[in-house]
Design a protein around this ligand. Structure first.
Ligand SMILES: NC(=O)c1ccc[n+]([C@@H]2O[C@H](COP(=O)([O-])OP(=O)(O)OC[C@H]3O[C@@H](n4cnc5c(N)ncnc54)[C@H](O)[C@@H]3O)[C@@H](O)[C@H]2O)c1
Length: 334
C-alpha cells in the first residue's frame, strides 16, 4: 500500500514526493528507483526527523501506525495514516490528542469514501432520498483470502486482529459515513478461527487472529447495523462486499460485482404505492483520491474528508466487537 500512496502523491502537482522509508531495503530501493526518489531511509523515524518534510503518509503494519504517527506529529508533520487507525481505541485517542495539541492534520485512509459509487450514494442520502436510516448490514467476505498467509496480517501482535480490523473496518466506516455517524450504544460479536487455523496447521504457519467475525451494533438513535467480515468462509464468491442500508423512505446497496473489484450501487424507493429501483450507471463528477484530499486540506487549512474522530468511532466498534467475542457478553458504551 505504501507504493500506492507514493504513486498517489507523485501524480499530484500540488505536492512533491520528497522521501521514502521502508525497513525492507530491497523494496525501498525498487520503489525509489521506479518513482525517481533519491532520499531513501531504512529507518522511518530518521526520515521523519531529517528529511525536512511537511507531511508523511504511514502505510506499514498496524502495530506501527500509532508510534510512527506520534513521532511524525512530534516532528511537526501532518499525517495520513492507513486504516485501521490503530491497534485499539487507546492508541487512536493518543494520536488524535497529539494532532490536536500540535495543530496538525491527521487523516485516516478509510479509502471507500473516495469510491465513486459510494460518493454517489452519499450524495443521495444527504439529499434525504432514503430518509433516516434505522437498519443495515455491512459485509466483506472472502472465500479464501488471508493476505500474506503466515505474515504480519495473521499475527495478532502486529495486526491487532484479523479480517474484522482489516476488511470490516472499511465496511463499518462506509456504513457509518452513510448513516451520518450515529453514536454506538452497544455491540455484541462473535469471532471464529476454523478454516484458517486448519490451513495454518497444515502449512506450519503462524495464524493467531480470527478468520471470521460477525456482530451487531446498536446506536443511541435506535439504529441497528449487522457486521460480517472474513478471510476464509465457505461462501460462493472469492470476494463478496456489500453494504445495505434501510431508511424510512428508501433503501440502498453498494456492492462488488460477481466477486470482482468492480462496483455497483442501487437505491430502492417507494412512491404512491409504486416501488422503484434506481441504479447508479455512471458517476461523472470527479472523485478526488485520499492523497489529493490530504494535500488539499493542508494547503487550504480545511478538515480532511476522513477525520481522526471518525477513525476513533470505527475503532470503538472494532474494539467492542473483539471484546464481546472474547467475553461472550454485550459491550455497552457510556
Ligand atoms: N486502504 C486500503 O485499501 C488498504 C489496502 C491495503 C493495505 N492497507 C493498510 O496498509 C498498511 C500496510 O499494508 P500492506 O498491505 O502494504 O502490507 P505489506 O506487508 O505489503 O507492506 C508493509 C511494508 O511496511 C514495511 N514495514 C514494516 N514495518 C515497518 C516499519 N516499522 N517502518 C517502516 N516500514 C515498515 C515492510 O517492509 C513492507 O514493505 C496496513 O495498515 C493495511 O491495513 C490499506
Amino acid at each position: 500500500m505504501g507504493r500506492v500512496h507514493a504513486e498517489g502523491f507523485a501524480g499530484y502537482d500540488n505536492c512533491e514526493l520528497a522521501a521514502l522509508a521502508d525497513v525492507d531495503e530491497k523494496r525501498l530501493n525498487k520503489v525509489g528507483e521506479d518513482l525517481g526518489v533519491n532520499a531513501l531511509y531504512t529507518d522511518p523515524e530518521k526520515m521523519i526527523r531529517d528529511a525536512k518534510l511537511d507531511a508523511v503518509s504511514i502505510a506499514v503494519p498496524n502495530k506501527f501506525h500509532c508510534p510512527l504517527t506520534l513521532a511524525a506529529i512530534d516532528a511537526g508533520l501532518h499525517v495520513l495514516c492507513e486504516k485501521p487507525m490503530a491497534m485499539n481505541v487507546a492508541e487512536a485517542e493518543k494520536m488524535n490528542i497529539a494532532a490536536q495539541k500540535a495543530g496538525k492534520k491527521l487523516m485516516i485512509n478509510l479509502s471507500y469514501r473516495f469510491q465513486p459509487t459510494c460518493q454517489a450514494l452519499k450524495h443521495q442520502v444527504d439529499k434525504g432520498v432514503i430518509g433516516p436510516i434505522y437498519f443495515g448490514r455491512t459485509v466483506w467476505h472472502r472465500r479464501r483470502g488471508m493476505p500474506g498467509f503466515g505474515g504480519w496480517f495473521g499475527n495478532k501482535e502486529l495486526a491487532g486482529g484479523g479480517p474484522l480490523i482489516d476488511l470490516g473496518v472499511h465496511r463499518i466506516d462506509l456504513a457509518l459515513w452513510l448513516m451520518g455517524h450515529p453514536q454506538p450504544a452497544a455491540v455484541s460479536g462473535s469471532a471464529y478461527n476454523i478454516i484458517a487455523a486448519a490451513e495454518a496447521a497444515k502449512q506450519q504457519k503462524t495464524f493467531t487472529t480470527e478468520d471470521l467475525a460477525c456482530g451487531i451494533v446498536k446506536f443511541t438513535n435506535g439504529a441497528t447495523l449487522l457486521v460480517e467480515a472474513s478471510w476464509a468462509l465457505n461462501v460462493n464468491e472469492e470476494e463478496h462486499m456489500t453494504t445495505e442500508l434501510y431508511g424510512e423512505k428508501g433503501g440502498l446497496v453498494q456492492r462488488n460485482i460477481r466477486g470482482t473489484y468492480d462496483w455497483e450501487a442501487e437505491l430502492y424507493l417507494e412512491e404512491d404505492g409504486l416501488f422503484f429501483t434506481k441504479h447508479v450507471d455512471k458517476v461523472t463528477t470527479p472523485t478526488p483520491s485520499a492523497y489529493v484530499d490530504f494535500v488539499d486540506c493542508i494547503i487550504n487549512n480545511t478538515t480532511p474528508s476522513v477525520t481522526a474522530d471518525e477513525g476513533i468511532k470505527v475503532q470503538k466498534i472494532l474494539d467492542g466487537l473483539y471484546k464481546s467475542a472474547e467475553t461472550g457478553k454485550e459491550v455497552r458504551y457510556e
